[in-house]
Design a binder for this molecule. Structure first.
Ligand code: LMR
Length: 397
């Protein structure tokens, strides 16, 4: 019956973990997927999350369906977290709970296909490789604008502005709100201010993907600068949020999708349409992760504890960046690796080619995406030296 079904390719990110698991080498290293590991290389459940779970378990809550749009307190807590409490009070928003960031992006695609007069999203050239797949699957076409300059391993801001200035009014443009994935290169605050002006003048629709709030700098307000600034400038972005990385709630699938609107009536109509999109897709979202996130966000002592954990996680990444550069030098590399400590967030965009990556995998059992992205959170003091020596071995020629 299904003899004609061809074998599909492995996912370029999640497929790496599958391959790494099967590798018998005791020296194998997984720096593929962006999933935080502690200093011993173990999966890390945040102590604030454990506390929230215990409190929730003690309440003997029911297991009824959430409403189609999700957990009400979570929806407002998530948006308040993104915008800050003052701005939150001033906006008209349609927010729904989503199946983490990926699900939020899919909702964004579905919404644009139904209601945008030209359902197309411009993506930065270098972006998360799932962005176009999610949007295309929702029937939205994708194009690109220049972002990354491979020759300098930095942001090509001039080209970015040039490309955005040429887009038709109303065009949707996806922006990584912070900790750009895969490059780890974000615009500066001054550049975000200039970008907001470009969006205003060109009447572009900002589509912010915020998967790393608090994880980039360790300070959630600072990481939300771009989103907040755009809103303060009178723009009405659409916004996807994930609590996978910042709360370590990967498998709980906790996220939110928001459309910022001009009036309360508009927000109400948009929310009603989002419900019509959700119901035939997955009916309603899961409740457990949303309860945990809400409890942390709405309990000041737990919020403070969690913010400390964010600093700990982002601090460990910064330390690993410094150690990797040191180990590369110790291994004998004379290349300039300074960009490693300048990049931020979970990833280091190493500039290594697909050939280097293949050699790392075949000769050293090191797994990373073919674009040379290293997930810094997979590094520890125990394996960073081995990675550095292997990187030097494949790049020295
Ligand atoms: C990543 O880029 O590694 C993460 O966002 C995880 C994923 O789903 O790809």
């Amino acid at each position: 019956l299904w003899a004609g079904v061809p074998e599909g390719p492995a996912d370029p990110i999640l497929g790496l973990t599958e391959a790494w698991r099967k590798d018998p080498s005791p020296a194998k290293i997984n720096v593929g997927v962006g999933a935080y590991r502690d200093a011993n290389g173990k999966a890390f459940v945040l102590p604030s999350v454990r506390k929230a779970e215990a409190i929730i378990a003690g309440k003997n809550l029911d297991k009824e369906y959430a409403s189609i749009e999700g957990h009400a307190d979570f929806r407002s807590a998530a948006l308040k977290f993104a915008l800050g409490k003052d701005l939150f009070k001033d906006v008209h928003a349609a927010t729904v709970q989503s199946i983490s960031g990926t699900g939020a992006l899919r909702l964004g695609g579905e919404f644009l296909r139904r209601f945008h007069r030209k359902p197309e999203v411009a993506l930065p050239d270098r972006t998360w490789p799932t962005h176009d797949k999610i949007l295309n699957a929702a029937g939205v076409s994708t194009s690109s604008y220049r972002y990354y300059d491979a020759s300098t391993i930095s942001l090509n801001f001039k080209a970015m502005v040039e490309d955005l200035t040429q887009r038709a009014p109303g065009s949707a443009v996806l922006l990584h709100a912070c900790a750009h994935n895969p490059t780890g290169i974000d615009p500066t605050q001054a550049q975000w201010e200039e970008l907001a002006q470009v969006f205003k003048t060109q009447k572009l629709l900002p589509f912010f993907d915020m998967a790393y709030q608090g994880f980039a700098s360790g300070d959630p307000s600072r990481d939300a600068f771009a989103v907040r600034h755009f809103v303060q400038q009178g723009l009405h972005p659409i916004l996807t949020q994930s609590f996978a990385k910042n709360m370590g709630l990967y498998g709980e699938r906790v996220g939110a999708f928001t459309v910022l609107c001009e009036t309360a009536a508009e927000a109400s109509a948009v929310l009603s349409q989002l419900k019509l999109i959700i119901r035939p897709m997955y009916s309603s979202p899961p409740i457990n992760g949303a309860r945990i996130a809400t409890h942390i966000l709405n309990t000041p002592e737990l919020t403070a504890e969690w913010e400390g954990e964010l600093k700990l996680m982002s601090g460990r990444i910064i330390e690993m960046r410094e150690t990797l550069v040191k180990e590369l030098k110790a291994a004998g590399s004379t290349k300039n690796w300074d960009f490693i400590t300048k990049q931020i967030g979970m990833f280091c965009y190493s500039g290594m080619t697909a050939k280097h990556v293949q050699e790392l995998r075949e000769k050293h059992s090191i797994y990373m995406t073919s674009d040379g992205r290293i997930s810094m959170v997979g590094l520890t003091h125990a394996n960073v030296g081995a990675l550095a020596r292997a990187m030097h071995a494949v790049t020295k020629a």
